[in-house]
Design a protein around this ligand. Structure first.
Ligand code: ADP
Ligand code: MG
Ligand code: MG
Length: 255
């Protein structure tokens, strides 16, 4: 049982014009076996939340706390966060020429598991996960993220998710740029990773489409750098029907 706890989180981003406050007091708790969807309009700070939890240097935490099973995540280096069991699917993953997907995965698995996985077992594990995600075997020898199509990036994210078995996964717009078939394949991968009930998922999305395949237990509407409303899956249906307007005008009036 693991719990990611975000309390009163305030974050500023460093811009050329100076620091700009983006997150204005975020409260959120994600436990093992739960799937939380964060939905909100463009520019509401959803990616900033993901980057802040991952420890991206551009974002400065000015208040509040983030803990994983009581451990202070904000005091950890980026590597330590990954080893502690946090997984962030980057919205824009970096290219690393010369490092193959296969090398990267084995290094990452060694780091998160604390020891190198036994080779024969590992090869089988990777093969099965790739096949489940309909990834061609030759993909393993490609350079990390180099020339990956949108769909390949997303499949690679979920491949990592299945192999690295994080305690809490933060998926930022995993659905963006996927056609309906790829969306199904990717969603099934997330559901496989969830199946043991040991992983918590924070699914950040602009559209409700992915929620037809990955069922959220909780939906949080994110507006203007904070959670404006929370509910169950029915809240996603309401957003699908009515959009974000009601929440946006309410947040504006209250600010
Ligand atoms: P979302 O993911 O909900 O679309 P973001 O977190 O990407 O929102 O952005 C929230 C706000 O913060 C936007 O106004 C955006 O322009 C600003 N912002 C985010 N990251 C940066 C950055 N690195 N530099 C400047 N502004 C940023
Ligand atoms: Mg955006
Ligand atoms: Mg975003």
């Amino acid at each position: 049982m693991s719990t990611l706890e975000i309390r009163g989180l305030r974050v500023s981003v460093d811009t050329e014009a100076g620091a700009k406050e983006i997150l204005r007091g975020v409260d959120l708790t994600v436990s093992s076996g739960q799937t939380h969807a964060i939905m909100g309009p463009n520019g509401s700070g959803k990616s900033t939340l993901a980057y802040s939890i991952a420890g991206h240097p551009k974002y400065t935490v000015t208040g509040g706390s983030v803990t994983l099973d009581g451990e202070d995540v904000l005091a950890m280096s980026v590597d330590e966060r990954a080893r502690a069991g946090l997984f962030l699917a980057m919205q824009y993953p970096v290219e690393v020429p010369g490092v193959s997907v296969s090398n990267f995965l084995r290094t990452a698995a060694t780091a998160t598991r604390g020891e190198a996985p036994a080779l024969r077992h590992w090869v089988k594990e990777v093969k099965e996960a790739m096949s489940g995600l309909q990834i061609d075997p030759s993909f393993a020898e490609r350079s990390l993220n180099e020339g990956f199509s949108g769909g390949e990036k997303k499949r690679h994210e979920i491949l990592q998710l299945e192999l690295l078995k994080p305690r809490v996964a933060i998926l930022d717009e995993t659905d963006s740029g996927l056609d309906i078939d790829a969306l199904k394949v990717v969603s099934e991968g997330v559901n496989r990773a969830k199946a043991g009930g040991e992983m918590g998922v924070l699914l950040i999305t602009h559209y409700t489409r992915i929620l037809r395949y990955i069922s959220p237990d909780f939906v949080h509407v994110f507006v203007d750098g904070r959670v404006a409303e929370e509910g169950g899956p029915e809240l996603a249906d309401e957003l699908e029907a009515n959009g974000y307007e009601r929440f946006v005008s309410r947040a504006g009036a209250g600010a």
